[in-house]
Design a protein. Structure first.
Length: 384
């Protein structure tokens, strides 16, 4: 087996609605951009595992080793599929990435992770130890000695605990911590200049409305405003927001590790904010929210777990975009209507919205501010 790390990308799944197809087209473009950046970052071998024929064909043209398997009736098991690939294709060291993970990552950052894996043995690294979708480890054969996880989030913890690999944390950067998981992330990506060329082209075709996103950016730059952030937020992101936004941040952090620890599937998710909403009612809650802030960003998956709602991905996605009439779940439809009709801008989404998403939004706002300052300086010089 070669000691040169191999990049393994996973992208696939069922598409059950027009909105999910829209997301798939953007995610497919992200994968193509990731492949190009990985090649620029020094990866000599890339494997793409996908259930999408069109993506498989596009990747093959880029000389990628494609593992195409049509979507079957059985449930996808992440760990089993990754072990199958690294075993059959004789991979010695591996960097795994979800297809739409880290769409703002740079070729230099990918090159850094490649070098880290080249220089170390018996190690694992990840963009998030508790909820990862980018995981590098050596040797790849360590997978055979652990209880294989059904999803990627818990893989770093399992490799440390059961395979005795040493964890090496990656530097905190926007490129490593922003993911494209939900339509809310798509809206934010549409507002960031760092998206790849194929990704920008795909987003432009969606016609997604980014009005709420723009209004939240304005709140971030308002010295007189408060911004409520609710969700699975770590202290590092809070420090970043506190230092770099002009507004005041009201942070309510709950249920970190909800998905990675399996608390959501076991019905163990509990939320103080969720209980408050239940007691107040949806409309009254958002009325109160508008009294204490000028904008809010909410990780709604915590609330759904608290209320033990069994929701389709389609309904969750429609809620994120405020497509009230398309939501089939009565409670979710009522909750989403109250959020969209609130007196303040409210962004709804998942974990990535209140972690890398907020970071990306802040970064985009800073880039816009720099461009305005440059234009003002040029105007002043021309006037003089």
């Amino acid at each position: 087996m070669s000691s040169s790390p191999v990049l393994v990308l996973f992208e696939g799944g069922r598409v059950e609605s027009e909105l999910e197809e829209l997301m798939r087209q953007v995610r497919k473009a992200v994968v193509i951009d990731q492949i190009l950046k990985a090649k620029a970052g020094g990866f000599e071998r890339i494997i793409l595992a996908t259930s999408y024929m069109d993506l498989a064909e596009a990747a093959a043209k880029l000389e990628v080793d494609v593992d195409y398997q049509p979507q079957g009736a059985e449930e996808f098991h992440f760990g089993e599929q990754l072990l199958r690939i690294v075993t059959r294709r004789k991979v010695g060291k591996v960097l795994y990435m979800g297809g739409a993970a880290a769409p703002l990552i740079s070729a230099q950052e990918l090159g850094y992770v490649r070098t880290l894996l080249e220089r170390h043995e018996q190690v694992v690294t990840a963009n998030n130890y508790f909820s990862a979708d980018l995981v590098g480890f050596a040797p790849a054969s360590a997978l055979a000695s652990v209880a294989l996880p059904a999803i990627d989030n818990s893989l770093p913890q399992i490799l440390v605990r059961e395979a005795n690999l040493k964890f090496i944390p990656l530097q905190r950067s926007l490129g490593l911590h922003f993911d494209l998981d939900t339509p809310a992330d798509l809206v934010i990506l549409a507002n960031h200049p760092g998206a790849g060329a194929h990704t920008r082209e795909a987003i432009a075709k969606t016609g997604i409305d980014s009005g709420q996103c723009q209004r939240i950016k304005q709140v971030m730059q308002d010295f007189q405003a408060d911004l409520v952030v609710f969700g699975r937020v770590n202290s590092s992101l809070f420090q970043l927001l506190d230092q770099l936004t002009h507004c005041r941040i009201r942070l309510y952090s709950e249920e970190r590790g909800l998905k990675a620890l399996g608390r959501d599937t076991r019905g163990e998710g509990r939320s103080l904010v969720g209980e408050m909403i239940s007691a107040y009612g949806y409309e009254r809650f958002f009325q109160f929210l508008s009294q204490i802030c000028r904008g809010a960003v909410l990780d709604t998956r915590i609330l759904f777990a608290h209320w033990q709602w069994e929701l389709s991905q389609t309904d969750r996605f429609y809620s994120d975009l405020g497509f009230i009439d398309k939501i089939t779940h009565p409670g979710l439809r009522e909750f989403t209507a109250a959020a969209i009709n609130a007196a303040i801008p409210v962004m709804l989404g998942g974990h990535s919205l209140v972690t890398g998403g907020l970071w990306a939004l802040l970064d985009a706002a800073y880039v816009e501010w720099q461009e305005r300052m440059t234009m003002d300086e040029r105007t002043t010089e021309e006037t003089i």
